[in-house]
Design a protein around this ligand. Structure first.
Ligand code: FUL
Length: 688
């Protein structure tokens, strides 16, 4: 062979071995910005509500609180950082200023700050200490800055916008790298406003001139994502339960939205297939009912099953999870919160501990665009290594064969979102003994991550089919797991008569309870049927699987005075529903009030109002007057105030007042969130 032939031969061999890398698919717009991609990988991070409300036992302060009240006794940001690190959370966002206007850093813009707190004689700076503690653990730091300021005299006037921007500049300049800036949609309403004590509504769309505020953030912290209802980078999930949607697009019609628009949750929160901008969802939820610390919620920290629902319905549905800790009056994350958080984290670890082993040789796809995008790429967890179907294919399937039968109950799949969110619907099938395929699940959107919880399912082969995609689909990762089952605690409910029932989550479980606060696993009485509880009582209960000899985690339920002898003195068909001890039934009052005869005289020290729990809310009470009477004729007002944040978080409201003897009570709505008759799911009283 002469030299020329030899050269030709060698290059032919090389060309056939090293098939060229295929081109990646064209992106489907909108696509994420680099800062959004980095943020998406964080997935799970903490929210800390710690501010004036911590010391006044409020959810929304009015703005007239004395700064001296801010006085944590054992402020310990290193503990917060340690807890978050252990839980695998990637950072924290802290309420630098909430609606009451109190600033956690010594701002030059207002005296309403830590400068005038008792804490550290006014020389402290919470923001600095938290930022440093988190950085020390290698965690990220973000800020919540409430646009609404019920303290500032200029709120509602153009001058305030400059104050707000100055506060932002201080926070973005003096505390190192900020990963997220959080703007609340709740703003405008009654407040102190420097002593004016009036209502100040603002034009939420135009008042804040957001574009120029965003420009400050881009200039000072170019890597920070900005959170708001309308993004611009990350959007609100539309509820405070921590749940995204079965169909959750990261695409949003961003220009149709502004922060705090009333129809946001219903119309926009799940994103839109044809959304013009990339604005992924973030699910924010508190580990307790309230955002701020209230001692009476120490035993209302969310249970493991509740936290698992949140995890799977947020991170498992193309959203990040921002889990809130109401920092306590010491300045620490409360022990009960830490314990529940770790139960969640350990269970999630367990759920994903054993992926079904998938062998590269046993994977096949109906279409692959070529080298670099083979189906084997799904084994790799890196977003940038992905399988892609050929151009023009808007449906395709991946089949996974196993050497023998396998059992799974979790399915996880991710798209390479850097090229846009594409998949519109998919199915999951398993091959049966007769070789036919059986559909076991279907879904719509995937996005960054979609997780399905399934019953234990046996398979030899599994087929994942994308039925419809905006363009040729991509999958960056796909996996199956067998999560251990979770024994759930009993459900406890009480009727008006005071009869308490317990319900097990599965057949064959035993249930044990105590009425004296002691451990039901040790001292519990076996539940044999309904029993009566008339006085304020705390019930502790567990389920037990007698076969496996395993206990569930305990559950605690607080009951106030039973409503057995109560009567509603207001007209209306459904009036009794306000005292049936069932928060899913409602009473609507055309008189905007409810009057109740308790049947006997009690020493009352407070009342509770459970707002309606329906999907679409109406007649929710915003500000109230609470009156009592001994004879049902002459009435005394014992409390007047507002139910802060009731629109976004319709949880049970609890109001304490100086103890008073009374037999009759009346709750009157002074203002409501709409013009509908006032609604009441439940009313309760707290007695001495
Ligand atoms: C809401 C606020 O009004 C709550 O108080 C809380 O800060 C929550 C995260 O956002 O809109």
């Amino acid at each position: 062979m002469n030299n020329l032939y030899c050269l030709l031969f060698i290059s032919c061999v090389l060309a056939s071995c090293a098939a060229p890398q295929a081109d990646p698919p064209e992106p489907v717009n909108p696509v994420p910005h680099t800062r959004q991609l980095e943020w998406q990988e964080l997935e799970f991070y903490a929210f800390a509500h710690f501010n004036m409300n911590t010391f006044t036992n409020m959810e929304w302060g009015m703005g007239n609180e004395d700064p001296a009240l801010f006085n944590p006794t054992d402020f310990d940001p290193a503990q917060w950082a340690k807890v978050c690190k252990e839980a695998g959370m990637k950072g924290i966002i802290i309420t630098a200023k909430h609606h009451d206007g109190f600033c956690l850093w010594p701002t030059a813009t207002t005296p309403h700050s830590v400068k005038n707190a008792t804490w550290k004689d006014g020389k402290g700076d919470i923001i600095k200490e938290v930022a440093e503690a988190f950085r020390k653990e290698g965690l990220k730091f973000g800020i919540y800055l409430s646009p609404w300021d019920r303290n500032h005299p200029d709120y509602g006037k153009p001058e305030y916008i400059e104050v707000f921007r100055q506060q932002l500049r201080e926070l973005l300049t003096n505390y190192g790298e900020i990963f997220e800036v959080w703007f609340d949609g709740a703003n405008g309403g009654t407040g102190y406003y420097g002593g004016a004590n009036e209502e100040r509504r603002v034009d939420k769309k135009n008042y804040y001139d957001w574009q120029n505020t965003y420009a400050i953030i881009r200039e000072l912290q170019p890597n920070a994502v900005i959170f708001g209802d309308a993004g611009p980078d990350v959007r609100w999930v539309g509820n405070e339960h921590g749940f995204a949607y079965e169909t959750t697009w990261s695409n949003l019609m961003r220009d149709s939205i502004y922060g705090g628009m009333p129809e946001y949750a219903e119309k926009y929160a799940s994103g839109q297939e044809n959304g013009t901008h990339w604005v992924p969802a973030e699910a924010d939820v508190s580990i307790r009912p309230g955002w701020y610390y209230h001692e009476y919620e120490d035993h209302k920290v969310k249970s493991l099953p509740q936290l698992l629902e949140i995890y799977y319905n947020s991170i498992g549905r193309n959203s990040s999870l921002l889990l809130n800790f109401p920092i306590d009056k010491r300045g620490k994350i409360h022990e009960n919160d830490v314990s529940q958080l770790m139960k969640l984290v350990n269970k999630i670890k367990e759920d994903f501990a054993s992926p079904l082993p998938m062998d590269a040789d046993n994977l096949s796809a109906s279409s692959s665009r070529g080298k670099g995008f083979e189906v084997q790429q799904i084994l790799n967890e890196k977003l940038g290594n992905f399988w892609a179907a050929e151009d023009g294919q808007t449906s395709a399937s991946i089949t996974i064969d196993f050497p023998g039968p396998v059992v799974f109950n979790r399915f996880l799949v991710q798209e390479n979102i850097a090229l846009g969110q594409r998949v519109k619907s998919f199915d999951l099938e398993v091959q049966q003994a007769d070789n036919s395929w059986k559909k076991i699940a279907s879904g719509t959107t995937i996005g960054f991550k979609r997780i399905l919880r399934l019953p234990d399912t046996e398979a030899r082969s599994i087929r994942f089919t994308i039925n419809n995609s905006k363009d040729s689909p991509t999958v960056s990762h796909l996996a199956f797991f067998k999560a251990p089952s979770l024994l759930l605690p009993p459900k406890i409910s009480r009727e008006k008569s005071g009869m308490v029932s317990m319900e097990a989550s599965e057949e064959g479980l035993e249930m044990y309870y105590t009425l004296d606060g002691s451990d039901p696993a040790k001292n519990g009485q076996l539940y044999a049927g309904p029993f009566q509880v008339l006085e304020p009582t705390s019930i502790h209960a567990i389920s037990r699987d007698p076969q496996a000899e395993k206990f569930s985690e305990p559950v605690q339920k607080e009951f106030q005075l039973a409503k057995k002898d109560w009567e509603v003195m207001e007209p209306g068909e459904n009036a009794t529903q306000v005292i049936d001890d069932n928060a899913s039934t409602n009473y609507f009052s055309n008189q905007d009030r409810v009057t109740i005869d308790l049947g006997a005289t009690y020493s009352l020290k407070g009342f509770t109002y459970f707002p309606m729990q329906n999907r679409y809310l109406s007649g929710l009470i915003q500000s109230f007057s609470f009156l009592v009477s001994k004879d049902g004729e002459s009435w005394t007002e014992v409390s007047k105030g507002e139910f802060g944040n009731i629109a976004n978080s319709p949880i049970e409201q609890r109001v304490i007042f100086p103890t008073v003897e009374a037999r009759f009570i009346r709750l009157k709505a002074l203002s409501k969130l709409d013009d509908q008759p006032a609604s009441f799911a439940e009313i309760g009283v707290l007695i001495e």
